[in-house]
Design a protein around this ligand. Structure first.
Ligand code: NAD
Length: 313
């Protein structure tokens, strides 16, 4: 299949790589050209603009930070739709608001171009392994076509409803992930402050009802102070605001999501927005007067006799 892929960041680069490896002809474009060159060396064709990608492809996939970038890439002066043929398909894998997805779908439908919102879960590890979970919104035929392409990057592909439904499910996903991270961070802070053997504690917790992918994947990053993204705090904040807006539209209360959004905002205010979302532990440490220095260390905070963590320098 002739594919286009735009947005070669943490997620997009490995996803586009899997599509090339699956035998598709893939034209790629990214704002910074170095990412394009990296994909060219793996067999992709480098595009010079979104319009160039639209000219070469029947199916265009976008993996961009938020809806302004998706709008610009699709509908800007050198946008994909200036060249993409009627009957083609656009698949947006970015996480954007459900309303924005519906608006994009309508604008594309005016040009007889099909659209599927297909946000993903699984993080950079899932993107690299080609084992993402994809939640797809669209009509049956468009979702079937999108599934044929996305099978190269996914372990799980589910049609969850019409255009926009994928983003609603993703909003729920981001509420669950953020809440889980916040509680893992609180638990790790408690364990460290009280002098418990944290590695042993996490081993037993991982075998019981408290087990989760977040515990398994993010607690080790917290202990190692390895906050290289991964998934940036700023992006998770965007997703929580999408979830809060969707809840307001649905006239439901999501108080825990509200509190966690405030914790994530505190993290951004302290200058940590570019770190991995496992850095939420730093916001909780600040609340408790614990050490927050150092974002990379092979050992967790040591605990002094009085139960207070020693500061790392
Ligand atoms: P990223 O910032 O690493 O990558 C975005 C890429 O888009 C960058 O390479 C950037 O140069 C490019 N870009 C931005 N604007 C552009 C434009 N106008 N034209 C062309 N290229 C442009 O972000 P990411 O972590 O890969 O996330 C992408 C999307 O996927 C976001 O919506 C995010 O919320 C979502 N997501 C991320 C993860 C994760 O773990 N990182 C997991 C699931 C979903």
């Amino acid at each position: 299949m002739d594919l286009g892929f735009i947005g070669l960041g943490v997620m997009g680069e490995p996803m586009a790589g899997h599509l090339v490896a699956a035998g598709h002809d893939v034209v790629v474009f990214n704002r910074s050209h170095a990412k394009v060159q990296a994909l060219e060396s793996r067999g992709a064709v480098g595009g010079t603009s979104p319009a160039h990608v639209g000219e070469k492809a029947d199916v265009v996939i976008t993996m961009l930070p938020d809806s302004p970038e998706v709008d610009e890439v699709l509908f800007g002066t050198e946008g994909v739709v200036t060249t993409l043929r009627p009957g083609s398909l656009v698949i947006d894998c970015s996480t954007i608001s459900p309303d924005a997805a519906v608006a994009i779908g309508a604008r594309l439908a005016d040009r007889d171009i099909a659209f599927v919102d297909a946000p993903v879960s699984g993080g950079d590890a899932g993107a690299k392994a080609g084992t993402l979970a994809v939640m797809m919104g669209g009509d049956d035929e468009s979702v079937r076509r999108a599934g044929e392409v996305l099978t190269a990057v996914a372990a799980s592909l589910v049609h969850v409803g019409p255009v926009g439904a994928g983003q609603l499910v993703k909003a729920a996903n981001q509420m669950l992930v953020a809440g889980n991270i916040a509680l893992v961070a609180e638990a790790v802070t408690l364990l460290q402050r009280t002098g418990v053997d944290v590695e042993a504690a996490l081993a037993v917790l991982g075998g019981g009802l408290a087990a989760s992918k977040v515990l398994e994947m993010k607690a080790p990053k917290m202990l190692a102070r390895d906050f290289a993204p991964g998934f940036r705090v700023d992006l998770h904040h965007k997703d929580l605001k999408i979830a809060l807006a969707a809840a307001e539209q649905a006239r439901i209360a999501v108080p825990l999501t509200g509190v966690i959004t405030q914790l994530v905002q505190a993290l951004r205010s302290a200058g940590d927005g570019g770190l991995d979302h496992s850095a939420l532990i730093r916001a909780l440490e600040r609340l408790s007067g614990a050490a927050v220095e150092g974002t990379r260390s092979s050992t967790p905070h040591s605990v002094s006799e009085g139960g207070q963590p020693c500061r790392q320098h």
